[in-house]
Write a protein that binds this ligand. Structure first.
Ligand SMILES: *[C@@H]1O[C@H](CO)[C@@H](O)[C@H](O)[C@H]1NC(C)=O
Ligand SMILES: *[C@@H]1O[C@H](CO)[C@@H](O)[C@H](O)[C@H]1NC(C)=O
Length: 360
């Protein structure tokens, strides 16, 4: 059943492409954002859950200006771009806002006021994560919000949420089957599968398990997480597959052992993280290696090892989405792409344009 795709996006667009955007990263200004590439833009960091309501940040930047610049971006786009702010908040603030029916009533009223005054097309929730007692309370909140939103804005107003991709997170924090019915879209964060906690090298966002991975190790990849949501009752067309413009860096224990699952002693350079642009510059001199099982590119240099999503992996992800009938993809985010073609891929925003092209 595809009513969502046909009614919410009447433009001939079969796959959705959500793009998170964090203004608090000076590399990409709102005026530079590529038009006719994303189907919805998820402004993150500017709007926070606070005191049973929503607060627009005032420092270190004026969030109201950025909200306006997103409405301008919507006007510049000719593909019916939707503007969907993504709400962040401290764990304690989410818990205060969702605690009981009365607090949720007040919070939902504040969300509606915000939606009206800011002329937005939907709301995305990025609470990491509503676990334990809050697992079912989160569903109550979404159910109540859905009812209210339908009455005021109708079906076109999007309600979406970001969901962690690990099995434990999914099991402990979301009533996935119910949420899959209530929400329009699930932004499945199919990344950060491996980090130095594993004490060995691993990919941030593999599409598939490797043949050497057995048992529970086979849960840590995009294919498994997305299939798990379907098994739990989420309609395929509501699942958007995530791409992250960041990856983890590792310091190898022995620089001559640098394959998948090589022993590491800790995080590598860059404080443990590397962006897509840093990765593409690094591999120009250090070279790169393609893992055709996981469908990712990695590199190593002396005792350093890292894997970040690149254009080739992005193309593979888009193909994976289409081959499996998922609703589309999303990125985290526009602010981590290459707006000046520093990487020399022959176009600006190469990750975003590649995904958009392959999803067609
Ligand atoms: C690193 O690994 C190589 C190859 O297995 C081995 O010959 C060498 O002794 C190791 N170096 C250290 C310092 O353990
Ligand atoms: C790794 O990614 C870069 C950037 O997309 C690409 O130029 C390079 O060819 C890739 N390496 C391999 C081995 O595919």
């Amino acid at each position: 059943m595809n009513w969502f795709i046909f009614f919410v996006f009447p433009v001939a667009q079969s796959y959705l492409f959500g793009c998170y955007y964090d203004y608090n990263q000076p590399l990409v200004l709102p005026e530079q954002l590529p038009v006719d590439t994303c189907t919805h833009v998820l402004l993150i960091g500017a709007v926070l859950v606070k005191n049973l309501g929503v607060t627009v940040v005032q420092h270190p930047y004026n969030g109201f200006d950025v909200l306006q610049s997103m409405r301008d971006y919507r006007v510049r786009s000719s593909n019916g771009l939707k503007f969907v702010p993504s709400l962040l908040g401290d764990d304690v603030e989410w818990k205060i806002a969702l605690k009981d029916a009365e607090s949720r009533r007040i919070f939902i009223a504040a969300l509606i006021d915000f939606a009206k005054s800011q002329k937005i097309d939907g709301l995305d929730f990025d609470w990491e994560y509503p676990c334990g007692d809050y697992k079912s309370i989160y569903t109550d909140f979404i159910q109540e919000l859905r009812t209210t939103v339908l009455g005021i804005f109708g079906k076109d107003f999007l309600l979406t949420t970001a969901v962690g991709a690990g099995k434990n997170t999914i099991d402990d924090c979301y009533e996935m089957g119910k949420l899959g019915q209530l929400l329009d879209l699930i932004h499945l964060m199919t990344y950060d599968y491996h980090s130095i906690y594993d004490k060995q090298t691993g990919y941030s966002s593999p599409i598939y398990a490797k043949s050497v991975e057995t048992g529970e190790a086979r849960y840590f990849n995009t294919e498994w997480s997305a299939a798990y949501l379907v098994e739990l009752g989420v309609p395929r067309e509501k699942i958007l597959i995530g791409l992250e413009g960041l990856g983890h860096t590792f310091q190898l224990m022995n620089s001559t052992i640098h394959d998948f699952a090589a022993p590491v002693v800790g995080t590598g350079y860059g404080g443990g993280w590397m962006t897509f642009v840093e990765f593409c510059l690094l591999i120009k001199s250090a070279g790169s290696h393609w893992d055709d099982e996981a469908k990712v590119n990695y590199t190593f240099y002396k005792d350093q090892w890292t894997n970040v999503g690149d254009v080739r992996a992005a193309a593979e992800k888009a193909l994976f989405v289409k081959a499996n009938g998922y609703g589309g993809a999303f990125t985290f985010g526009l602010h981590l792409d290459d707006p000046a073609d520093i990487c020399q891929h022959g176009e600006t925003f190469p990750i975003h344009r590649t995904v958009a092209r392959y999803l067609q």
